[in-house]
Design a protein around this ligand. Structure first.
Ligand code: 13P
Length: 348
């Protein structure tokens, strides 16, 4: 390394440490607001709102300007377009977040494509040109990134091919991020779709995590400088036998203790289709077991946003009520992240 590259490397290391220090804080979690154009369209359809750029700007500006959201949220994952959007007064949304003490992050994967020679399994694309894109996002204020890989449970899936290629892609993405001073959120999402049991889910998440950490090791990813964003170990949405929060917590902790190195500073679960209340209750149960080596918090999309979106209904008059709803949901999840949620009327 010559002197200037060495200096750049040191600056990137400092940036990684500063960001992970802000993201791994007890009692705080991440708001995932990085829905792609088609996904946000589905969310808006639930309130009969047209999916236009202006509506997306209004909605995401409502999220970012929620008063004191930084009390419970320390990071927000944005979709590319949001990085360049502004609130009604012309202030860039990433700047508003930074002023709230919320670290702006960016979803960098380019969605899913079919994995050939499998039973319609999918793999995430977006590694080509990733370093260049990340450099650009960094200039726009992003300090961490997210890449989501999905695994579908059926009798014959996920295949070993899907598990290995998913792990490899996540690890290559994480290595690229760290080299550029961007903290990677590594998201292996095992979908809740289907009628599989919790035991089956545990087996799948176990092998997914095992292959993931093997790939992260191979690519020399610094575990201390990344965030893991996994699914909880939970029965499929159509499984006739649903489990208690205590059971979800026990299965989840058992699988994670056996497969996630203690060097990972914080595990921020996705909600994956759980109702807001279910996601909070399960997170609380997870944090009510023994002391664990990592923080166990949230990086919820739907479970934080659904009540807020419903309260908003696309109407300016409802902005304040919608923001109150988001703030309250974040507060309840903050309580759950330290095992102090006692139900929807919990107070801190
Ligand atoms: P959900 O919490 O709605 O699953 O969203 C989290 C996320 O970022 C999915 O990639």
């Amino acid at each position: 390394m010559n002197a200037s590259t060495l200096h750049e490397h040191e600056l990137n290391q400092e940036a990684l440490i500063a960001t992970i220090t802000e993201l791994a804080v007890p009692g705080k979690g991440i708001l995932a607001a990085d829905e792609s154009l088609s996904t946000i369209g589905k969310r808006f359809a639930t309130i009969g709102l047209e999916n236009t750029e202006e509506h997306r700007r209004q909605y995401r500006s409502l999220l970012c300007t929620t008063p004191d959201l930084g009390d419970y949220v320390n990071g927000m994952i944005l979709f590319e377009e949001t990085l360049t959007q502004q609130d009604d007064h012309g202030k860039p949304l990433p700047k508003i977040l930074a002023e709230q003490g919320i670290v702006p992050g960016i979803k960098v994967d380019k969605g899913l494509i079919r994995l050939a020679n499998t039973l319609d399994e999918q793999v995430t694309q977006g590694l080509d040109g990733l370093a260049e894109r990340l450099t650009h996002y960094k200039e726009q204020g992003a300090r961490f990134a997210k890449w989501r890989n999905v695994y579908r449970i059926s009798e014959v899936t996920p295949s070993l091919a899907a598990i290995k290629i998913g792990a490899e892609n996540l690890a290559r993405y994480a290595a690229i991020c760290q080299e550029l001073g961007i903290v990677p959120i590594v998201e292996p999402e095992v979908l809740m779709d289907g009628d599989h049991t919790i035991e089956h889910c545990a087996e799948v998440i176990e092998i997914v995590l095992m292959e993931l950490f093997s790939a992260l090791f191979l690519h020399q990813v610094h575990l201390e400088l990344m965030v893991l964003k996994p699914s909880m170990v939970i029965a499929g949405a159509d499984c006739s036998q649903q489990n208690t929060a205590q059971e979800v917590a026990e299965y989840t902790i058992n699988v994670f203790r056996n497969n996630v190195p203690a060097a990972i500073p914080t595990i921020n679960f996705l909600s994956g289709g759980q109702t807001p209340e279910q996601a909070t209750t399960n997170l609380n149960a997870i944090n009510s077991l023994d002391i664990q080596p990592w923080l166990l918090s949230f990086s919820y999309g739907r479970a934080l946003q659904e009540p807020c979106l419903q309260a908003w209904q696309g109407k300016a008059d409802n902005i304040s009520a919608a923001q109150d709803t988001l703030y309250r949901r974040a507060q309840l999840n903050s309580l759950a992240s330290v095992g102090e949620y006692t139900g929807e009327t919990s107070s801190s």
